[in-house]
Write a new protein. Structure first.
Length: 153
C-alpha cells in the first residue's frame, strides 16, 4: 500500500463511529507511519462528522422514528445513551463535554460528544471547541500509548 493510501486509511478510520481516533492512531502506528502526521490526520478525520452530527442528528432520529419501528428503536436507544452520558454535560457544561470526548474509553469520543451536544441543545460555537480539544487530548493520549507499545515491541 502506498503512503497516501495508508494515511487515507487512517483518516477514514478516524471518521468511523466506535473506532474514531482510538483505532486510527494505533492503526497508523502499526503501518509504520510518522506519529505526528498520524495524530494530525486522525484528529482531522475524527472532526469531519462532528458538525453534521450536531446539526442533523435530531432530524435523522425523527425520520428514523417515522420510517419503521426497528429504526425507531435504534434512535431511541441512541437518544437514551446520549441522555445517560449527558449527566456530565449538565453538571460541568462545556468542560464536561471536553472530558467526555477526551477520555479514550469505549462509549466516549467525538461522535458521542456531538450526539450529547445535539440532544442537550448545546450551541455549535460552544460544542465544537470543547469537542475539538477533547479529540486533541484523546489523540495525544492514544499516541503516547501507541508509541509506548511500539517501543516495547
Amino acid at each position: 500500500m502506498n503512503l497516501f493510501l495508508k494515511y487515507l486509511s487512517v483518516f477514514c478510520m478516524a471518521m468511523l463511529p466506535v473506532l474514531e481516533l482510538r483505532g486510527s492512531v494505533p492503526w497508523g502506528v502499526a503501518q509504520d507511519l510518522n506519529y505526528a502526521l498520524v495524530l494530525i490526520v486522525s484528529i482531522l478525520g475524527n472532526m469531519v462528522p462532528v458538525p453534521f452530527i450536531i446539526l442533523f442528528i435530531r432530524q435523522i432520529f425523527a425520520w428514523m422514528k417515522q420510517k419503521s419501528t426497528r429504526l425507531a428503536s435504534v434512535a431511541e436507544k441512541l437518544e437514551a445513551r446520549a441522555q445517560a452520558k449527558g449527566d456530565i454535560l449538565v453538571k460541568y457544561e462545556t468542560l464536561g463535554l471536553f472530558i467526555l470526548v477526551a477520555i479514550p474509553l469505549p462509549g466516549t469520543g467525538a461522535w458521542t460528544g456531538a450526539l450529547v451536544a445535539s440532544i442537550f441543545d448545546l450551541r455549535m460555537k460552544n460544542a465544537l471547541p470543547a469537542i475539538f480539544l477533547g479529540v486533541v487530548t484523546a489523540g495525544l493520549i492514544m499516541t503516547v500509548l501507541s508509541y509506548g507499545v511500539d517501543v516495547l515491541i
